[in-house]
Design a protein around this ligand. Structure first.
Ligand SMILES: Cc1cc2nc3c(=O)[nH]c(=O)nc-3n(C[C@H](O)[C@H](O)[C@H](O)COP(=O)(O)O)c2cc1C
Length: 194
């Protein structure tokens, strides 16, 4: 990277630092072209053995509502109807719905690496959208492992698993976050051999 690219790098650093998980969105749905562009960029994520194990499902609001109903049914079994109804209402109001799946591999190491690759792809999406003023919330609730969820989205239960269900939209608010300081997570390793 040349010196003249310095300002771009600062731009990337800022997006990395400032991206936040968004819990509350405005009701306006972002243009679908921006989401498509984000998925197009996700393809460039690193993936070992070039397995490209991901698939992206961009859902319409009607499918989102059906998932909200399914989730409410699951929640009702465990936490009762009142909690389920609150969830149904909150979920049904989510302006954008994206599901990311990963292929199931028979091999342990490949399974781990494919999941890692999918997470890299998700981060590409998240960072690009954030730069466009759009936030994401990553969810991995029980509904994402339910066979009926796979049917609603059109995924094969035997061939893929869900990396996440993502809600996206323009943030109504951006929550603060905290990270441990650099010195707690960074160790400089210096060779001890002469
Ligand atoms: C694999 C994965 C699963 C997640 N699942 C959930 C979830 O089910 N519900 C939720 O509220 N946040 C979920 N998150 C988002 C994290 O809670 C969030 O990233 C964390 O609180 C840090 O906030 P930040 O993204 O604003 O830095 C998930 C994140 C990852 C990486």
């Amino acid at each position: 990277m040349s010196k003249s690219d310095g300002h771009k790098f600062e731009g990337v650093a800022r997006v990395l630092r400032e991206r936040r998980t968004i819990h509350y969105f405005s009701q306006t749905s972002p243009p679908s072209e921006i989401i498509t562009q984000a998925v197009d960029l996700a393809r460039w994520a690193p993936n070992h053995h070039r397995t490209e194990p991901w698939h992206f499902y961009l859902l319409d609001r009607a499918t989102g509502r059906r998932i909200s109903d399914l989730n409410a049914d699951i929640v009702a079994q465990e936490k009762g109807c009142k909690v389920a109804e609150i969830k149904r209402k909150r979920w049904a109001e989510m302006p954008g719905w994206l599901v990311v799946s990963c292929e199931i591999s028979d091999e342990d190491l490949r399974r781990r690496e494919d999941y890692a690759a999918c997470c890299c792809a998700v981060q590409n999406v998240a960072l690009y959208l954030w730069e466009q003023g759009i936030g994401l919330k990553w969810t991995t609730g029980e509904v994402t492992r339910d066979r009926r969820f796979f049917d609603l989205v059109g995924m094969s239960y035997d061939k893929v698993y869900v990396v996440g269900l993502f809600w996206y939209g323009y943030p109504a608010s951006v929550p603060p976050q905290h990270r441990r300081p650099l010195q707690e997570i960074l160790t400089h390793v210096v060779s001890r051999t002469s």
